[in-house]
Ligand binder design. Structure first.
Ligand code: HAM
Length: 423
């Protein structure tokens, strides 16, 4: 029997994993600069957590969750997203009591959604996300957006578009919802079956429909922005002013609704505008979710955050033809000839590694030519050659692969010599 990686998942192989390290490094650097600390939550949670927060009527909860009953007959779900778990942890660990608010958290980890596989859409993907909980100052909305953009910029991306919208508060949304139902109801049979179900469950999602987006009623649909209270509108304007103060350009899209129910006020997405990018252009999505802490039994603590998948970030880099410099290369390859030299070289290899010099040697007793080929393929900066004579005289031949220069070095001086040459 042949086994295959499950549909919608992928192995990250050595030729690519170094790029992931680079992205993870950028993420931790940027988060440290913005003072967001890492949080790690479990990969599965009680199913009800997602039903309550992401929302019963959403595609994620209805169609995409990996839900199972554990041996204790509890319904568990592999996390489809990171916000609900982080907010659960915030409440459970009483983080609202921490003196320094807001609490600024970030996470990197796998999420699971049973979606149709296509380029940029997987069933297991890695999200980097941040959540700032405990402030309803519009300045933090701008901070969170700036942080996301900084990560992309440090990865070398330029073809980016920020789209923002305000979903208002609950009251504004309820009014808008009524207007939407009234708008679509008379002609709802012209829409797809999903939209017909959405009409009373979640009419906002009709605006997001991939099938019916060209229906004339879509264009004339009541816009959320027209239903914002004065307070909501002022909040949205303040967010825009802070973005402008940071020279961050953006577009307002009144139809940006997001696929999760917990949002209010600010919602945003960052898209790739690169020609080479596939059909799915959204790289990152986020927004404000005031009320979520209370929804799950905690005190009032307004929050905002975003998440982006690392897979899509790497795809966007490919589309823009930007690459990282691979610095996970080999410093020294130790090539040996004969049994004595092999052992001698093995010990030296360990000494070099102890000095944090990235070193490898041959384990297949190959001829010198084969060993040199490996050193070449791995782009070793130096090759050490050891034969019987070298063992006898306690020296090695050290070759600088960039210059071709070769010299004899006493074994006791190999480490310091290489350290100096590497500077
Ligand atoms: P989301 O829009 O569902 O929001 O996902 C955020 C990002 O995760 C997407 O923009 C995309 O980069 C990535 N993503 C989602 N699904 C997939 C998939 N199937 N394959 C690859 N990448 C995917 C959330 O998850 C919210 N928790 C974001 C948030 C945080 N809002 C507030 N705080």
């Amino acid at each position: 029997m042949n086994f295959k990686v499950p549909r919608g998942t992928q192995d990250i192989l050595p030729q690519d994993s170094w790029k992931w390290h680079k992205v993870e490094q950028i993420i931790s650097d940027v988060c440290r600069a913005y003072r967001y600390s890492e949080i790690r939550t479990p990969i599965f949670e009680q199913t009800e957590l997602f039903q309550r927060t992401v929302g019963d009527a959403t595609d994620i909860v209805q169609k995409e969750m990996y839900t199972f009953e554990d041996r204790g007959k509890r319904s568990m779900t592999l996390r489809p997203e990171g916000t609900a778990p982080v907010v659960r942890s915030f409440v459970e660990n009483k983080m609202h009591g921490i003196p320094d608010q807001p609490v600024k958290l970030y996470y990197v980890g796998p999420m699971f959604r049973y979606e149709r596989q296509q380029a940029g859409r997987y069933r297991q993907f890695v999200q980097f996300g941040v959540e700032a909980i405990g402030s309803d100052n519009p300045m933090i909305d701008a901070e969170v957006i700036a942080l996301a953009l900084d990560v992309y910029r440090r990865a070398g991306l330029k073809d980016l578009k920020l789209v923002i919208n305000s979903l208002g508060d609950r009251a504004s949304r309820a009014k808008h919802r009524e207007a939407l139902v009234a708008h679509f109801e008379p002609r709802i049979e012209e829409f797809c079956s999903d939209c017909q179900t959405r009409l009373h469950q979640n009419p906002l999602r009709i605006l997001d429909c991939k099938k019916d987006h060209e229906h004339p009623l879509m264009v004339t649909a009541p816009k959320l922005t027209d239903y914002l209270s004065d307070e909501n509108a002022a909040y949205f304007e303040a967010v825009q002013n802070y973005l402008a103060a940071l020279n961050i350009s953006f577009e307002i899209d009144p139809n940006l609704v997001r696929g999760l129910d917990y949002y209010n006020h600010t919602a945003f997405e960052i898209m790739s505008t690169s020609e080479g990018f596939g059909a799915i252009t959204t790289l990152c999505g986020g927004g404000r979710y005031d009320g979520m802490t209370e929804e799950i039994g905690g005190p009032n603590a307004p929050g905002i955050g975003f998440a982006m998948s690392i897979e899509r970030l790497l795809l966007a880099m490919e589309a823009e033809n930007v690459t990282f410099e691979n610095d996970e290369l080999l410093d020294v390859y130790v090539a040996t000839l004969g049994e004595e030299a092999e052992k001698f070289g093995f010990v030296l290899t360990q000494q070099l590694r102890a000095a944090n010099i990235h070193t490898d040697t041959d384990f297949l007793q190959r001829k010198m030519k084969g060993q040199m080929k490996t050193a070449d393929r791995q782009q070793a900066r130096f090759v050490i050659v050891i034969g019987e004579t070298e063992v006898e005289q306690q020296v090695v031949q050290l070759k600088n692969m960039a210059t071709g220069e070769q010299r004899e070095v006493a074994v006791s001086e190999v480490v310091t010599t290489i350290q100096q040459l590497m500077k």
